[in-house]
Design a protein around this ligand. Structure first.
Ligand SMILES: Cc1cc2nc3c(=O)[nH]c(=O)nc-3n(C[C@H](O)[C@H](O)[C@H](O)COP(=O)(O)OP(=O)(O)OC[C@H]3O[C@@H](n4cnc5c(N)ncnc54)[C@H](O)[C@@H]3O)c2cc1C
Length: 425
């Protein structure tokens, strides 16, 4: 039987493996770090099907100068990285113009609209499920995974002016089919009594859920797939060679041939796309988390503080405070002030919080228009791209895996893939 290679064992690689194995394929995953160790490890865990507003949106023209100068800003740029970043940043600004931003939001909403369906077979097949009382409509006929917490996500605004500034984006969400309720201060406190009384407005997004342990979910899924024959090779792939009747991967000078190769290497995918004829302007939005052990009971759902750019998510091992955007490339050096901002701001929101015991830095894969790349390579239809999921890789994993499998099976994907093509740049 022909064998398929997937490079990258994060949310996108694992979901692609699951979908391909459902079709009966033999699959080998390549990742030197093992399963769920990239951006997929430490994210906020939210199934954010409502998040169709990309970071590239018209508010950046208003907010960017203030963001770049303020200590309380969740958005940072490392100036030394600017020469490298300049072409990406120029495209990002262009993509923030109203017309282009609306095109990105529409493309994201079309994918997000299919995100629930994308997860349904993944969760059911993985036998991770346990139906949660009263939440059957979510994930249609599938049961909910034991890692899934079906609680609506709450976004908070500490003053009416910032809520008013967010109105156009909320209106566009509604136009694109996202359902939500607007809350006042009393409603917020009734929902989450541990929050400090500093939030004037809130938005509650219907039908959202979160994982109590994203990496644990991936590890469990991997073990199930491994039982069914999935192979994981802990190696770094150095190169991909496209061909008309297949594709090869090179590891330490040795080449292996596959019927298809799937590129799911998150923020590190540009090198492979270039080798397959598609130079893509992929960069990374770095993000951080801090963990407050044992503090998960303080909120009953993911709570995002919109102005400060982070979520507080109750996880199995504590409260995870995750977010911020730092444009600073792939270096390991952490920005202490962003970790402090997450710590300080979450303690302001939840005064009962004590001290975090760990922090984490992750690399979101982001194209300047905020839209992922999903489709075939220019050089060979046997190389499939699935990368660039920015803040939404967990949410979009199921539908992305399904699209990968549809392309390889020559089935019609669930939506027109033109907006996600690598050739759009
Ligand atoms: C702070 C933060 C919060 C977030 N919150 C959310 C959220 O709430 N909801 C949501 O939907 N998304 C969220 N995200 C985004 C989400 O985590 C990412 O979009 C997603 O993890 C990307 O998955 P991926 O599989 O494409 O990449 P990754 O998880 O980064 O996996 C890529 C893998 O490729 C491997 N790799 C790289 N190069 C090679 C090579 N040469 N050979 C072999 N393997 C290679 C890496 O080791 C890595 O394991 C968040 C991200 C961050 C940073």
């Amino acid at each position: 039987m022909p064998e398929i290679a997937i490079i990258g064992a994060g949310f996108i690689g694992l979901a692609s493996a699951a979908a391909l194995m459902r079709d009966g394929h033999r699959v080998t995953l390549f990742d030197p770090a093992g399963v769920g160790q990239g951006a997929s490890f430490g994210n906020a865990g939210t199934f954010a099907h409502y998040a169709c507003i990309p970071v590239n949106n018209p508010s950046v023209f208003r907010d960017l100068p203030r963001f770049l100068l303020s200590n309380e800003s969740p958005f940072r740029l490392r100036w030394g990285y600017l020469p490298h970043l300049a072409p990406w940043l120029a495209r990002f600004m262009m993509s923030s113009l109203p017309r282009r931003y609306e095109a990105s939001a529409t493309a994201l909403a079309a994918l997000l609209d299919r995100a629930h369906d994308g997860y349904a077979p993944l969760l059911a097949d993985a036998e991770l499920a346990r139906l949660h009382d009263g939440y059957a409509p979510l994930l249609a006929d599938a049961e909910l995974a034991r890692f899934v917490r079906p609680r609506e996500c709450l976004y908070l605004y500490s003053n009416s002016a910032s809520f008013d500034a967010a109105r156009p984006a909320l209106d566009l969400r509604r136009q694109l089919g996202v359902a939500f309720d607007v809350l006042g201060g009393n409603d917020i406190r009734a929902l989450e009594p541990s929050l400090a009384p500093i939030f004037e407005r809130g938005v509650l997004f219907s039908n959202s859920w979160h994982f109590s342990n994203p990496q644990g979910f991936l590890q469990t899924l991997y073990l199930q797939l491994a039982d069914q024959g999935l192979t994981l090779q802990r190696s770094t792939v150095d190169a991909v060679q496209p061909a008309t009747d297949g594709a090869s991967v090179t590891i330490e000078g040795a080449t292996r041939r596959f019927s298809h190769v799937v590129i799911a290497t998150g923020a590190r995918s540009a090198q492979f796309a270039k080798q397959c004829g598609d130079p893509v302007p992929l960069d990374t939005e770095r993000g951080y988390h801090v963990r407050f052990p044992g503090a998960q009971q303080l909120v009953s759902r993911p709570v995002g503080w919109a102005e400060r750019g982070f979520y507080m998510t109750p996880m199995s091992d504590g409260l995870r405070v995750a977010g911020t955007v730092e444009l600073a490339g792939f270096g390991d050096t952490r920005n202490r002030s962003l970790i402090d901002l997450l710590t300080f701001s979450s303690k302001r929101a939840l005064p009962a919080l004590d001290t975090p015991d760990s922090s984490w830095l992750g690399f979101r894969p982001t194209l300047p228009d905020g839209v992922p790349v999903l489709g075939r390579s220019r050089a060979s239809e046997r190389v499939i791209y699935a990368f660039g999921h920015q803040h939404l890789g967990l949410t979009l994993a199921g539908v992305s895996g399904r699209i990968v499998a549809d392309l390889i099976a020559q089935r019609a994907p669930p939506l027109d893939l033109a907006p996600y093509s690598a050739t759009r740049f």
